[in-house]
Design a protein around this ligand. Structure first.
Ligand code: PLP
Length: 390
């Protein structure tokens, strides 16, 4: 067995596809410390700079004083503590849905939710660029799975015609993201909503990279496009713009009750630490406030600056207006992406190289993320370094 792993790892290394952990010895923020050296950090999804915010730290610290560190059991046994319920009430209010349910991560949310919604003989239609957690959740459900080309509404429509023709009477679930995690572009949400209604399907929208970034008070793309009520299953993470960890589903009361009874990653897993729920609640309160909205607008100033200064490549030319805080700087080959990331690291910037299987072969990239906590000068310096090194 050990020989097998060693050989496979060597094969990965040869194709520049091996992965390694890197120790960060500081808090998350626009600067991080690795092996005693400071780096300007363009790698995190902490879009609003909340991961080390005093409001969230204080909320977590006082929850630790009151509730301790561990939740002790799964939510259905004895792990539901006040911070979990307060957070869920606040999420439902913020997203303007009847109810919400939190999970310990985005990955476990998808893995628990999708198999609770559809099963063998039902149909799942999934965008090709959906996150691994959504793909894995769809596979785990046992439903018939069809993938449509990225954001291709026409192809989705023909899949829906096929599903209704070949599998009459089954549940049909469309799954997509509002902002795609590796490309940073957006789903054509209004058109998807229209198709969902026309074919009597359901729509699950993962807003992981949109909440905190898009829409009034960072409520996401569905709110920005005024179609929240038509999105049946609204997923989002607490781990990105909300600066903590965990994720949620927002929707109708009956949906949430169903998930409490059927989502296995919720039922059979210890509740998230109450302090994390308290910190996430502080993040939701912040986003709902005037100050939170100002922070989000500051993020958009930084996004526009990055858009203006980042040199164009043959791959990136098409993006005229920025859609999100994610900038893929596509270079093609896996080794080229690794070399560029290493060169930028020697210049003092932390920018991850994203390679297969996270993205398709041959479109490896740097994934640059901008946050409201970046100084203008830091963005200017990165763009200069990319110009020098490319
Ligand atoms: C679109 C999307 N959904 C879900 C997840 C998983 O969330 P988590 O990191 O909280 O497990 C991620 C990334 O991490 C993501 O990019």
């Amino acid at each position: 067995m050990r020989d097998f792993f060693a050989e496979e790892l060597e094969a990965l290394r040869k194709r520049a596809l091996d992965r390694h952990l890197r120790e960060i010895t500081s808090a998350q923020g626009p600067e991080v410390v690795i092996a005693g050296r400071h780096f300007i950090n363009f790698s995190s999804n902490d879009y609003l700079g909340l991961a080390n915010d005093p409001r969230l730290r204080e909320a977590a610290a006082s929850a630790i004083d009151e509730f301790g560190v561990g939740a002790g059991a799964s939510r259905l046994i004895s792990g539901t503590q006040s911070p979990h319920l307060r957070l869920e009430r606040a999420l439902a209010k913020w997203k303007a849905t009847e109810a919400a349910l939190c999970f310990s991560s985005g990955y476990s949310t998808a893995l628990g939710t999708i198999p609770a919604l559809v099963t063998k003989n039902d149909v799942v239609l999934l965008d090709k660029l959906c996150h691994a957690s959504l793909i894995d959740g769809a596979k785990l459900s046992g439903a018939i799975l069809r993938v449509f080309p990225h954001n291709h509404v026409g192809k989705l429509e023909s899949h829906l015609e096929w599903a209704r023709g070949e599998h009459p009477g089954t549940r049909v679930l469309i799954i997509t993201e509002s902002v795609f995690s590796m490309d940073g572009d957006r789903a054509p949400l209004r058109e998807l909503v229209e198709l969902t209604k026309r074919f009597d399907a359901s729509l699950m929208l993962d807003e992981a990279h949109a909440v905190g970034v898009i829409g009034p008070n960072g409520r996401g793309l569905a709110a920005a496009e005024n179609v929240s009520e038509e999105v049946d299953i609204q997923m989002g993470t607490l781990s990105k713009a909300l600066g903590t960890s965990g994720a949620y589903i927002c929707g109708s009361r009956v949906l949430i009750e169903w998930l409490i009874n059927r989502a296995r990653s919720f039922i059979y897993s210890t509740a998230p630490a109450p302090a994390i729920a308290a910190a996430a609640l502080a993040a939701v309160d912040f986003l709902s406030s005037h100050q939170g909205e100002e922070r989000r607008l500051l993020l958009w100033e930084r996004i526009r600056l990055m858009q203006e200064l980042l040199p164009r490549t043959e791959f990136n030319e098409k993006h005229v207006a920025p859609c999100s805080a994610i900038f893929p700087w596509i270079v093609g080959g896996e080794q080229t992406a690794l070399n560029l990331a290493a060169a930028l690291q020697s210049d003092g910037f932390l920018v991850p190289a994203i390679r297969y299987p996270t993205v398709a072969k041959g479109i490896a990239r740097l994934r640059i993320t901008v946050t409201a906590a970046h100084e203008e000068a830091q963005i200017e310096a990165l763009c200069e370094a990319i110009k020098r090194r490319r």
